[in-house]
Each structure stands twice: as structure tokens, then as C-alpha cells.
Design a protein around this ligand. Structure first.
Ligand code: NI
Length: 172
């Protein structure tokens, strides 16, 4: 089932999310819903707080090329356990901040540990776009948005655009 994506500014996007203690069928279903919502948007990552659920759960799939096999990843309690000194700059966007993009500098390579949908402990090294995406999504679990990396003026400009967008949506 497709879920509704919250648009910034929203207090739920600023919260620190709670760790998942028990992997229930409801949480597995939630992860499936998040993947469906992400692919439909379309986007390459989605965090639970973006649909108003304050649990530490993210989904991602950075395969964008037509004809390539999708690689959906579901991560409960994802944690960055190591980051490279080398950095990368990507023009980032966010499904909660539609049509706004800005360059963000982050570590180029990260090691991430998480629990998968079957309850298995997993660990993997991510590079390039995957590394940026997983860091962006984990930030969401700590109430942090990519615009928080920008200069205040730019951040305020984007926030005002989003407030205007929300007013327009409310009127529609
Ligand atoms: Ni985002």
C-alpha cells in the first residue's frame, strides 16, 4: 500500500526515531509499503519518519538505469560504523522537499550495519551514490535533512518555498 509522504516543514521530520526492538509482521509490511512508495515517487531512498512513522527504518535502491536489476534494501536500525576521510559531493534531493536540489559533501565510503527484513544482522561497504543515499536516509532517523548542511539563507529560501507549496496543496 502506497503511503503519503510528509513535506518539510513538519515536526515529525525533526524527531530522533526509536530503535526497532522486535521485528513484527507489521514492520515487515511497513517496509514493503515504503519500497512501494519510494519506487512510485520515484526516489532512491525513503525513511520511516517521512511517512510519519518514528521508527529506525529506511529503504533504498540506487539502481536507476533502465533494464538493470533492482536492488531493494530494507534496513532496520542502520548504523554507520566507519566513514572514509575522502569525501564526495552529490547534488541531493529529498522526497520530503520536492524539486529542490543542492550539493552536499559527505564521506565517500561508509560501512553500515543493520538488521534486514528477516532479522539477520548485515554489514556492507557502500561507495558513491549508495554511500550518499544511505547517509541521507540515516540522517532522517536523527531528524536531520540535507538542507541542514546548507547555509542558513539557502535553507530558509527552500523552507519558504515548501511552506508555499503546502499552502497551495491545502487549498487544492
Ligand atoms: Ni530525504
Amino acid at each position: 500500500m502506497k503511503r503519503n509522504i510528509l513535506i518539510h516543514p513538519d515536526p515529525r521530520l525533526k524527531k530522533v526515531c526509536a530503535p526497532v526492538a522486535d521485528l513484527t509482521d507489521d514492520l515487515r509490511k511497513l517496509a514493503d509499503d515504503m519500497l512501494e512508495t519510494m519506487y512510485d515517487a520515484p526516489g532512491i531512498g525513503l525513511a520511516a519518519p517521512q511517512i510519519g512513522i518514528l521508527d529506525r527504518l529506511i529503504v533504498l535502491d540506487c539502481i536507476k538505469e533502465e533494464g538493470e536489476t533492482p536492488r531493494p534494501l530494507v534496513m532496520f536500525n542502520p548504523e554507520i560504523i566507519a566513514s572514509s576521510d575522502e569525501t564526495n559531493v552529490y547534488e541531493e534531493g529529498c522526497l520530503s522537499i520536492p524539486d529542490q536540489y543542492a550539493e552536499v559533501t559527505r564521506p565517500k565510503v561508509v560501512d553500515v550495519a543493520w538488521m534486514d527484513q528477516d532479522g539477520n544482522a548485515r554489514q556492507e561497504t557502500f561507495d558513491g551514490l549508495w554511500a550518499t543515499c544511505v547517509q541521507h536516509e540515516i540522517d532522517h532517523l536523527n531528524g536531520k535533512l540535507f538542507i541542514d548542511y546548507l547555509k542558513p539563507l539557502k535553507r530558509q529560501m527552500i523552507t519558504r518555498r515548501m511552506q508555499k507549496l503546502k499552502r497551495e496543496q491545502a487549498r487544492a
